[in-house]
Structures are given as C-alpha cells and as structure tokens.
Design a protein around this ligand. Structure first.
Ligand code: ADP
Length: 464
C-alpha cells in the first residue's frame, strides 16, 4: 500500500499539516480560552459590581430602601439577565427580580452555540443558576445584602459569543486552507522529485532492455538528481563501450583464429592432394601458424587470469637494471632486422622488491609494441631511473603514435586502434591490458603520452 513515491510524499506532507493544525488548535484552546475565561470572570465581577453600585445609588436617593425607586432598576440595562434578591440589614427581602424562564433558556442556548472553545468545555454541563452575594455598604455600614443570580458560569453577551465563534471559525477555515495548500504542495513537491525519478527509472529500464544510447538530461535543479542522472549516463556509456569492445573482440578473435586456420587448411589440403610436397619450408609455415594460435590461446589465458584477479606475485629483491638490460639484448636482433634503433639509458644497480617475471613481462610487452608500431629508421628508447624511493621506467618511440580518440581505450582488453588492425604484426589487443594489470598488482602507475604520427611514451613508476 502507498508504494508510489508521489502518494507517499503527499501523505507525509498532509499528515504533517494535520498534525500541526491539531497542535495549533490545542495550544490556542488551552492558552487563548484560558485567558478568555479569565477575562469573562473579570467582566462578570464588573457587572455584579455595577449592580451593587446601582443599588447603593438607589438607597442613597432617600437614605433607605424605597420600593418605587427599586422598581425602576428592573428596566436598567445593568440588571439585564440577572436575578436579583435584595435584603435589608434585617434580612427582610425588599426587592426581588427574576429573569423569566424564556430568558434563562435563551442564555443557555447562547452558551451552547458558543461552544466555548473548539475543544468543548465542561462549563457546557454547568447550566444551573449561580448565585453571588454582595453586601451594600454606605460609609462602611451594611445597609443590605444583594444576591445576584445568573445561568452558567458567566453572563455572556452576543458580542462575546461572536468573538469566540470568530476564533473557532478562523481556526476551522485556516485548517481547511492549510490542508488544501498542503495537498497542493504535496502534489507539487512530489512532482519535482518523482518526475525525474520516473525518467531515470525509464532510462534504467531502457538500459536493461539493451538500449544503451539513452541519455538523461543533467540540467535539473536538484543536485542529487543531477548526480544520479550523471551516474546513469556514465553507466550507459561504459556499458556501451564494453558492448562495442565485446563485439569487436568476437570479430577480432574469429579473425585471429581464421587466418592461421585457413593457411593451415590450404597447406594441408594442398599436401594431401599432392599439389605440394611436404617440404621443410611448407611445414615451417604450418608451424608458424600453429605457434600463432598457441600464442593467442596463451594470451587469452593470461587475460582470463587477470580478469579473475588471479595474479599471483612472487616478490623478491632483484637488480632491475640487469633484468632490463637482458631484455633489451634479447630484443636487439629483431630491432636491427627491422631497422629500428633500440637505445637504452639505464641507471646501474637499482634494486627493487617485486615479481621479476611479471616486471619482465611488462617490459617485453612495451618493447614488442615499440617494435610493432614503428617503421624502419624510427627509434625506441628505454630509460630506467631511481627517484624518491621509486623506479621510473620510460619506453618511448618515434613510431606511428596513437590518435586522441584511441588514447583513452588502449588499456582496454582487445582494443586495437584501426591503424594497427591491418598490420600483419598486430596482436590481439591484450598486451597493454596485461601491462596495466601487472603494474597495478605492484601498486605502481602507468601513464601514456602520444602524438599521432610523432611517437608514444609509456611511463611506469614502481615503488622499490
Ligand atoms: P596489441 O599490441 O596486441 O594490438 P596492446 O594492448 O599491446 O595490443 O595495444 C593496444 C593498442 O594500442 C594497439 O593495437 C595500438 O593501436 C596501440 N599501441 C600500443 N602501443 C603503441 C605504440 N608504442 N605506438 C602506437 N600505438 C600503440
């Protein structure tokens, strides 16, 4: 129930509003009506006091109680709504005035209509006659006692009723307006949040269905929504890249496998058919193709190990200067054969803590690339230096370079720039992926700088 974000937000805002309205009503009732009760009690006392004054003045006319004078006070507005019983100093009743029953009924009705506060009041149950007794004093001498009676706790006038009713109805109308406003605000704010969430959900569902070209706008004015949209866009982009790489891989691998297999097939068929004699040269060609296949399978195996985080390091202290010199020596013949100069600038006797074979593999891959992506007359330079407890290895060449578009992807598995694709010497695009993983496994860093047509420089930093 209430699973939708929009409905939930509306309900939360609405319940918040209703709760605040309730609290405001309770507080208003408790404070305001307490004050109002006190005001009413004071007013009541004032009115009784006025009755006492009226009676005192009536006495003063003849310095005694006079029935005719007293009769006049029946019509005075001061006595309106009061029952009055006046006794002289000898406790004889000298004047009686009763509000008729219909008047009492009218008053109770007024009290009922007034409701006395939104929360109701126990005064409502108290509609009996209240009597107050006051002495009539002239120069400190008691000349009589008056009993003033009225219905309920107070004598209420129409204006007072209007006042209380006004407060109650303003609380009521503000409550209605607040609820309407909060529903509107709930709908509006939930739209602000839920619309982009719905858009993001739709985009995520599109991605799930394989549409990786989705792009969500990041121009929203809520920061978190923008961040989420950016993440989803990034996710779609990298999934797209991975998908492109996967497709490329399938075609690359099938291409890599097909070429040697077709050569093998045609050679073997020609030998079987007697077109060719199984000479040493022909068999050598077949063996080369078998070697290529084996190399490809080995590289795939290495890649699988890397992807499964299966790099097992055999760390030992060794002289990296000697190791790199040996590797350079082993490459020299091939470089000479191609007419590429292989230069070295290696600081002597640098000792490093690492896996000798893996570091050798890094250098072999970089030098193979240096050989692959240079032409006759180019130059490849290897330099090794020690700096701040680090070893910095640079392999630079003056070869074909890498375009800006290709540069970010060269460490991706099976990535090969188009230029290298058709080269006979082109590998499977795994070499740099392996280099990157091996450097990372040594907690080192690798960076590449390249200008298309000018050359490439790889810089590796390994801690000693
Ligand atoms: P492979 O060499 O098997 O193609 P790598 O992972 O070693 O795969 O290299 C990936 C791609 O990076 C290469 O196909 C090539 O386009 C580019 N590359 C790597 N090294 C160099 C270099 N020294 N000069 C120019 N391009 C290079």
């Amino acid at each position: 129930m209430f699973k939708s974000l929009r409905l939930r937000m509306i309900l939360i805002i609405l319940s918040g509003t209703i709760l605040s309205i309730l609290l405001v009503s309770i507080i208003t009732n408790v404070t305001l009506f307490n004050k109002f009760d006190k005001y009413m009690a004071d007013e009541q006392e004032n009115k009784i006091q006025q009755v006492v004054e009226l009676l005192t003045n009536s006495y003063l006319i003849e310095n005694q109680w006079n029935e005719r004078v007293l009769d006049n006070i029946r019509t005075s507005p001061i006595t309106r709504g009061f029952n009055i019983v006046l006794e002289d100093d000898k406790q004889n009743i000298v004047f009686e005035y009763y509000v008729d029953n219909s008047m009492i009924h009218h008053h109770s009705e007024m009290m009922r209509r007034m409701g006395h506060g939104m929360m109701g009041s126990n005064m409502m149950d108290d509609m009996t006659l209240t009597w107050k007794q006051r002495e009539i004093l002239i120069d400190g001498k008691k000349v009589g006692v008056v009993n003033v009676g009225y219905t309920g706790p107070f004598m209420i006038s129409e204006r007072e009723i209007e006042f209380t009713r006004g407060i109650n109805s303003s609380i009521f109308y503000s409550a209605i307006i607040s609820i309407l406003v909060s529903v509107f605000l709930g709908i509006y704010s939930s739209k602000i949040v839920s619309n982009p969430v719905l858009r993001i959900t739709k985009a995520a569902n599109d991605i799930r269905r394989g549409n990786l070209d989705v792009k969500i706008s990041t121009q929203h004015n809520i920061k978190e929504i923008n961040e989420l949209s950016e993440s989803i866009n990034h996710l779609a982009e990298s999934l797209n890249e991975q998908e492109q790489l996967r497709k490329r891989l399938t075609s690359d691998i099938s291409h890599e496998l097909r070429t040697p297999l077709t050569i093998l097939q045609s050679h073997i068929e020609a030998i079987i058919d007697g077109v060719w004699q199984p000479t040493k040269d022909k068999m050598k060609i077949c063996k080369n193709e078998v070697d290529r296949l084996i190399k490809l399978v080995e590289e795939l195996k290495k890649l699988t190990d890397i992807e499964n985080n299966n790099i097992e390091l055999h760390i030992s202290k060794f002289n990296i200067s000697i190791l790199i010199n040996e590797i350079i020596t082993s490459f020299r013949i091939e470089f000479d054969r191609k007419g590429v100069e292989l230069k070295s600038d290696i600081q002597e006797n640098i000792i490093i803590n690492g896996d000798k074979d893996k570091i050798a593999q890094i250098l072999i891959n970089l030098l193979s690339n240096g050989l692959k992506f240079t032409n006759s007359g180019d130059k490849v330079t290897v330099s090794v230096k020690e700096a701040n407890n680090n070893v910095k290895i640079e392999v630079s060449d003056t070869g074909i370079g890498i375009s800006k578009e290709n540069l970010p992807y060269i460490f991706e598995r099976f990535y090969r720039s188009d230029k290298s694709r058709n080269r006979k010497t082109g590998g499977a695009g795994i070499g740099l992926t392996i280099v990157n993983a091996l450097v990372e496994s040594h907690n080192g860093t690798i960076t590449v700088d390249s200008i298309e047509g000018k050359g490439t420089k790889f810089t590796i930093t390994l801690s000693k």
